[in-house]
Design a protein around this ligand. Structure first.
Ligand SMILES: NC(=O)c1ccc[n+]([C@@H]2O[C@H](COP(=O)([O-])OP(=O)(O)OC[C@H]3O[C@@H](n4cnc5c(N)ncnc54)[C@H](O)[C@@H]3O)[C@@H](O)[C@H]2O)c1
Length: 327
């Protein structure tokens, strides 16, 4: 049996959607967690339940400035993730990815910590092959409005691999595909949260095009399991590795399921498809399966149930579902 070693783990972006679930999981495993956040998109509500736990500490800090602490491991998640948020201050978004990576890699080098980077499927840009394996170099517009995020994350990957080659740093680069679950932002324009909020509020659900385009979404607990397995994998496995759920469903199917599960009276409103909307987005997770023995286990219905319950609590009495429960 392997001996348990309590680790000091730094989670940047720890009060965000994925970060708060990661802090929770690491503490449940018995580790000391230092949650760093500047609360740009993260909220104190996401971590309020952790504050009284002696394994937990939180620090308000911006990753674009250096930090002097002494962790054994670093999960670098700090960066707004949805277009609405990352396009609000694009210069700061690039700085967060690039300066943030430089600062966290410098820290890892100084204290000899192992470091994980939350990269993204967006490094593939508007891909011309489906699904995308890790060896695909991507098709990104370097001067478009998404570039602050896509190119920032690509440059961060470059920095990670140069620190690995030049300084023998222990790195882990994960390319995360769409993930959903409780603590997502209610108004960040992502399809799962949008549909759930619209259904709970009894508003029409907006479907772009005819809804036959397909998507795949990974439930948050599956994603966090992958993060931890990757961090614990041998140092020789550095990635990049795709993490996501390859099970596809159509947007229309998603809308109909959410309407049924919420018992909503919402109708579906079809709108014109934006020109850059991909027909399909699905990860190739062969490498993660093979090297981490990982694949998602939470079915869409189950994950949606948890997420709907979360948004219903958040919206409180304004949602028709809450009124039905009260009445
Ligand atoms: N959720 C997804 O589907 C998804 C997909 C691909 C990649 N990712 C990556 O995973 C990470 C976490 O995403 P999320 O969905 O939890 O997003 P999120 O917006 O909920 O969390 C990001 C956190 O980083 C913090 N942050 C932003 N800029 C910062 C800065 N300069 N200094 C310190 N903290 C800062 C925010 O306040 C927030 O708490 C991001 O790096 C994102 O790019 C997420």
């Amino acid at each position: 049996m392997r001996e348990f070693k309590r680790k000091r783990v730094l989670v940047t972006g720890g009060s965000g959607f994925l970060g708060s679930h990661l802090c929770e999981r690491l503490m449940a495993d018995g580790h000391d967690v230092l949650c760093l956040d500047n609360f740009f998109t993260g909220t104190k509500d996401n971590i309020r339940h952790l504050l009284s736990n002696p394994l937990f500490e939180v620090i308000r800090h911006d990753v674009t400035f250096p930090l002097y602490v002494e962790p054994d491991e670093i999960y670098n998640l700090a960066c707004p993730a949805s277009p609405i948020h990352y396009q609000r201050d694009p210069v700061q978004t690039t700085k967060t990815s690039v300066h943030g990576a430089i600062n966290m890699l410098g820290l890892a080098k100084r204290v000899k910590a192992k470091i994980f980077q939350a990269s993204t499927s967006e490094v593939y840009g508007d891909p011309d092959i489906h699904p995308q394996p890790e060896g695909y170099w991507g098709r990104v517009n370097p001067v478009g409005i998404r570039a602050c995020y896509d190119e920032g994350k690509r440059c961060a990957e470059t920095l990670f691999f140069d620190y690995y080659r030049q300084h023998r740093l222990r790195i882990k680069v994960a390319r995360i595909f769409n993930t959903y679950g409780p603590r997502m932002h209610p108004n960040d324009g992502r399809v799962v949260s949008n549909f759930i909020v619209q259904a709970l509020m009894g508003e029409p659900i907006t479907v772009y095009g005819d809804g036959s385009q397909s998507r795949s979404f990974c439930y948050v607990s599956d994603m966090i399991e992958a993060f931890v397995r990757f961090m614990d994998a041998p140092d020789t496995f550095v990635g990049p590795v795709n993490l996501g759920n390859p099970v596809e469903f159509t947007i229309l199917e998603l809308a109909e399921r959410i309407i049924a599960m919420t018992g909503s009276r919402s109708t579906i409103r079809f709108k014109e498809l934006p020109s850059d909307d991909p027909r399909q987005r699905r990860p190739d997770i062969g490498l993660a399966r093979e090297t981490l023995g990982w694949e998602p286990t939470v079915a869409l219905e189950e994950g949606l149930g948890e997420t709907i319950a979360y948004f219903d609590r958040m919206l409180g009495s304004r949602s028709p579902m809450a009124l039905t429960q009260e009445g």
